[in-house]
Design a protein around this ligand. Sequence first.
Ligand code: GLY
Ligand code: MN
Ligand code: MN
Length: 480
Amino acid sequence: MKFVHSFLFVIACFAATAGYAQRDKAVSPLLNQPERYVYDKDLLDLSFHMQRREALREMMPANSAAVFFTNPVRNRANDVDFPYHPDPNFYYLTGYREPNAVVVIFKDLQTIDGKKTTDVIFVQDRDPAKEVWEGRRYGKEGTKNILGFSVVKLNTDFEDFISALKKYETVLITGTPKGAVNESRSKADLYDMSEAFKSKSGYPDGNINSNELRGMMARLRQIKTEEELVLMRKAIEITCEAQVELMKNLNPKMTEYQAEALVEYVFAKNGAEHVGFPSIVGAGENSCILHYITNRRQLTGSELLVTDIGAEYHGYTADVTRTLPVNGKFSPEQKIIYELVLKAQEAGIAECLNGKAFRDPHNVAFKIITKGLIEHGIIKTDSETGNYFMHGTSHYLGLDVHDPGTYGKLEPNMVITVEPGIYIAEGSDCDPKWWNIGVRIEDDILITRGDPVNLSESAPRRVVEIEKIMAGNKATGTTK
Ligand code: GLY
Ligand code: MN
Ligand code: MN
């Protein structure tokens, strides 16, 4: 299939170049090089997206169509937008990464524009003036040839197509886009398509079903294919490398944002396009804020630093947390809490077995943490555990950091996190010697037919390993 992909790609480049030159000769020569649009050679192959559409069709009810909108462009301020990120379901099914697009997938073979097809995608047109500012677009030709769609229409055709959806018994939809903004200069941006859909399809009534498509996508996406696992392993390896670099360089002279800069440099250096979520880098009192992303504090030396990070590589994100003593050595209290979280995590990972309930790793981790907190006099009964361990232990991981899934039984090729934590904020109802100790340890676990595979094990997490790596750090408080 790789060969077919490359062959189609060459044809696409040729076709797109020729088409482009014909349409607008006056345009900057920069735009006459659409082959330079795809720089990465290890993107998911078009066969992956085709197979995912097929897998969805198998789940769809008789005589149905499924409509997916991609994500809106989100404005940051004035004329600056946030970097664009497609909707993960849309990306999974199409590979298309530009905004203002819709895909419709049919249960049964259709004839559209004289072609037999099981799907139709509506994309934004090429636009020489815009491409000079914002970069190249696939257009109809690129979408056909690079992504393998046989019927591609322009997004300006979507409105007229909507009435054709009336003839299906069921039109499945996960929802209409939230936060789409009407761009006055665009005739068919996501807002226009979404509004047209709402007014012309009978949404949310008639043959529209907004309840079941999310569940179908969760069933598909929770089981990773081998192609997806290649990208996930890469995202996770990059993230582990960043964690190790942090261990090797962390010292009390740094700030939280410098620790953040260091890990995100490693991400970018290795080709990760984005962070999968804003990096959580919290020291001391901030180690007790679960999703702390301010990252502005000066480190001191005697505190713990929680670093919860994930590189996003070709859409797939890692999610790995390590907790480090800023001065290179855990204090006795820090070590007690750290070892307790680690014990809970290892027991949780051991539960990541085919056929176990999704909640089993959490239940095991929760019990161990409860017992330890009672033994150390931090709580009296398990009704208090939630004061210090206030989140679940696991979630699915994939295109989203909190990926969709059914939360039923664990099955081979699921990837889930195991991430217990203990957070003892200042002022907590316990001996102040425990205050400001926040610990989370998070790994990404592949469920198999046999033992769990820890995909993030290359970032060490035992106390002796961490202290050994950090002992070599320049400017490390207690070791130099
Ligand atoms: N990084 C967010 C989480 O661990 O769920
Ligand atoms: Mn995390
Ligand atoms: Mn997580």
